[in-house]
Each structure stands twice: as structure tokens, then as C-alpha cells.
Design a protein around this ligand. Structure first.
Ligand code: HEM
Ligand SMILES: N=C(Nc1cccc(CNC[C@@H]2CCCN2)c1)c1cccs1
Length: 364
């Protein structure tokens, strides 16, 4: 199929499903498809109305097999920034996104949609993996500072001229690339980054570790595809599930590697794996994360509640006559997975569009 006929075929599938879900008439579908066919005929592509963009982004969230948090898919707040035409304008839109989504802790799931790719033209790209992430450094003696997951991107930012303070929690700059030009970086003002101090009420010495994490997870390196249009710049945020921070970001040996530290504070014998010192430290670290976010009034869900909400999502989708697709290995939480219903059933991992996809890294 030619690229144009393939684009029309994708558009037709999307418009038919989107308009049916929005209870629009057959005539509206026919009229819109005629319009799109003409746009593709004359310009090689077509552009979504705001309603198509909004519902398409919500469908993409609803369709993502790896997401356990899909229950509120239909309340995603969609910001249309396709007309942002400079790196400065885009940076301002991303900071606005953070402010709106943060909402003083009552986090609002939001997506900001930038200019899409057009044929060979790459559109707008955000080089960050997330709008907020901590920098990672290695000292001369090989010891590490900050988040090792950010080592490569931190080096890119330094090559672009950015300079961090060298602490364990330096917030990385926004790196924005438009139409394949050289990328530009922009500092994220610390006062726009809500963070939570991670404390534990019973473990002596825990609070002195000085641990914290940011409130809003906002993924910025995935491509949103709707009806054949590729939005490679479409940062989206939700709230955290506690295990993402407590069982991975702060726990992994290749991240902040805190399980031995917490186990030692708890006085647990680490000479044998079979004391389950890692498991006992893991539970307390995750309790600390959940309790700290709750005390700070910042939205967060524990993995048991998240699984229960996902079960409600499955039920509602069945009632809506739609099949639920899922990726079992991603849907089970990294802690006590067998305590959730997800572990005990199978999921169809078919990829349905609209959806979110990983693009190739804009750097490397
Ligand atoms: C509202 C609260 C939300 C929660 C608690 C939640 C939870 C999660 C978790 C725990 C993961 C696995 C992440 C990982 O292990 O790295 C995930 C994956 C994902 N979520 Fe959600 N999510 C939420 C909202 C959203 C929203 C608003 C969107 C998009 C509009 C979204 C799209 C995705 C996508 C695309 C993935 C797969 C990412 C990948 O392939 O690496 N989620 N979600
Ligand atoms: N709670 C969240 N967590 C989340 C969701 C999607 C993707 C990510 C980042 N995942 C990347 C890491 C690195 C490889 C495996 N996981 C986090 C959300 C982020 C944005 C919306 S919800």
C-alpha cells in the first residue's frame, strides 16, 4: 500500500471507532472521511479536530497493555499544543503542564500534545525520558551520585552546556528538539517541582538518610499514535504507584540501592539470603513511601488498591463490550504480585491502536 492509502486506512479505522464511541452519526463519519481523504490527497496528511485528539489520546491510554492505572482513562486532561512553534514556547507549555498536573499534590492526569511528524519531517521531540528526573554522575573513583538510570542523559545535558550541583537529587533540564534542528535545554525551576521527603516513623536513623522523590511522574519519550498520525512529542503524567519508587527506583542495585542500608538500620542479619533481609527492608521502604506521600497530601496508589482498580477497569470494559488487552509481566506489581488477582489470570497482549510506543532514542 502507498503511504497515503495506508494513512487513510488508519484514519478510517480510527474515525469509525472514535465517532461510534462519541455517539456521532454515520453521516458525520462519512462527511469527516471525505474531508480527510481530500486533506491527504492535497497535502499528504490530515489534522485531527480537538475532539478527535482528546478522545484518541484517552483511547491510547485505555489500550496500553502495560498500564495498571487505566480505570480513569476517560478523564484524561488533554492540552493541544500542536501550534507551539519554538523550543521556548514548548518549554513554557511543559512547565505549564507540570503546574496544572501537580495541583498542589492532588495530581491531575494530563497529556500535552505537540506538533506531529509529517512525512520525513520529525515534528517536536522531548529528549527527556520524564519531565522530572534526577541526574546521575560517576566520580573518578567510580562511586556514583544521583540516579544511575540518568547517567547517559545527564552526560548529554552537560555536553549541551547544562551544569548540575552534583547532589543525589539534581533535577535535569528539559531538552527540546524541533524539526530535527539542534536541541535546546531549559532549566526546570525548583519551585515548580513538588517533592516528598521519604520518612519512616519507627526506624531510627531512617529520616536522617535524607531521602526524597518527586511527586509527578510524567513520561516524555513515548510516541502517541492516533489514526496514522505520529505525535512523537506527547508527554503524559499520572500519579505514582508506590512500588515504582519503593521497590524499584530506591531499591534496585542499579538505582539508589537502599535495601542494605534500610536492613542495617533495622538491625536485620544480612549474612544469609534466607533471613529474607531484602524482603523485610523492601516492605518497610514501601511503607515509608506510601506513608510519606499520604502525609504530604500527594496522590499515590498502593499496588493492592491499583490492582483492585484495574479489576474494576476490566469489568467496566466488559460491560462496554470491549476486550481488555494486557501485558501480564508488566501488570503484576514488583512486590507481592501473587496477592493480586492479576497474577492468577492470563492477558491477551495484542497491540490495539491508538496507543503509545517507544521511538528510537533521538540521541545515541
Ligand atoms: C493515573 C495514574 C496512573 C498509574 C498509577 C499508572 C501506573 C502505571 C505503572 C505502574 C506502569 C508501569 C511502569 C513501569 O513499570 O515502568 C504504567 C505503564 C504505562 N502507563 Fe500508566 N498509570 C497511570 C496513568 C497513566 C496515564 C495518564 C497514561 C497516559 C495517558 C499512562 C500510560 C502508560 C503507558 C503508555 C505505560 C507503558 C510504559 C512503558 O511501556 O514503559 N498511564 N502505568
Ligand atoms: N505512574 C507512572 N509510571 C510510569 C508509567 C509509564 C512509564 C514509566 C517509566 N517506565 C520506564 C521504566 C524504565 C524501564 C522500565 N520502567 C513510569 C506514570 C507515568 C506517566 C503516567 S503514569
Amino acid at each position: 500500500m502507498s503511504e497515503r492509502s495506508n494513512l487513510f486506512a488508519e484514519a478510517e479505522l480510527f474515525i469509525k471507532q472514535c465517532y461510534a464511541e462519541l455517539n456521532l452519526t454515520e453521516e458525520a463519519v462519512a462527511l469527516r472521511l471525505k474531508e480527510i481523504a481530500e486533506q491527504i490527497e492535497t497535502g499528504g496528511t490530515y489534522s485531527h479536530t480537538y475532539d478527535e485528539l482528546r478522545h484518541g489520546a484517552r483511547m491510547a491510554w485505555r489500550n496500553n497493555n502495560r498500564c495498571i492505572g487505566r480505570l480513569p482513562w476517560d478523564s484524561l486532561h488533554v492540552v493541544d499544543k500542536r501550534d507551539a512553534s519554538s523550543e521556548e514556547e514548548i518549554a513554557a507549555a511543559l512547565l505549564e503542564h507540570l503546574d496544572y498536573a501537580t495541583n498542589r499534590g492532588r495530581i491531575r492526569p494530563t497529556i500535552t500534545i505537540l506538533r506531529p511528524e509529517q512525512g520525513e519531517w520529525p515534528g517536536a521531540r522531548v529528549w527527556n525520558e520524564q519531565l522530572i528526573r534526577y541526574a546521575g554522575y560517576t566520580r573518578e573513583d567510580g562511586s556514583r551520585i544521583g540516579d544511575p538510570a540518568s547517567l547517559e542523559f545527564t552526560r548529554i545535558c552537560e555536553q549541551l552546556g547544562w551544569q548540575g550541583d552534583g547532589t543525589d537529587f539534581d533535577v535535569l533540564p528539559l531538552v527540546i528538539q524541533l524539526d530535527g534542528r539542534a536541541p535546546k535545554w531549559f532549566e526546570v525551576p525548583r519551585e515548580r517541582v513538588l517533592e516528598v521527603d521519604i520518612r519512616h516513623s519507627e526506624i531510627a536513623g531512617f529520616n536522617e538518610l535524607g531521602l526524597k522523590w518527586y511527586a509527578v511522574p510524567a513520561v516524555s519519550n513515548m510516541r502517541l499514535e492516533i489514526g496514522g498520525i505520529r505525535y512523537s512529542g506527547a508527554p503524559f503524567n499520572g500519579w505514582y504507584m508506590g512500588t515504582e519508587i519503593g521497590a524499584r527506583n530506591l531499591a534496585d542495585e542499579g538505582r539508589y540501592n537502599l535495601l542494605p542500608v534500610v536492613a542495617d538500620l533495622m538491625g536485620i542479619d544480612r549474612s544469609r539470603r534466607s533471613t529474607l533481609w531484602q524482603d523485610r527492608a523492601l516492605v518497610e521502604l514501601n511503607v515509608a513511601v506510601l506513608e510519606s506521600y499520604r502525609a504530604a497530601g500527594v496522590s499515590m496508589v498502593d499496588h493492592h488498591t491499583a490492582a483492585a482498580q484495574f479489576e474494576s477497569f476490566e469489568k467496566r470494559e466488559r460491560e462496554a463490550g470491549r476486550d481488555v488487552t494486557g501485558n501480564w509481566a508488566w501488570l503484576i506489581p514488583p512486590m507481592a504480585p501473587a496477592t493480586t488477582h492479576v497474577f492468577h489470570k492470563r492477558y491477551d497482549n495484542t497491540i490495539v491502536k491508538p496507543n503509545f510506543f517507544y521511538g528510537k532514542k533521538p540521541y545515541a
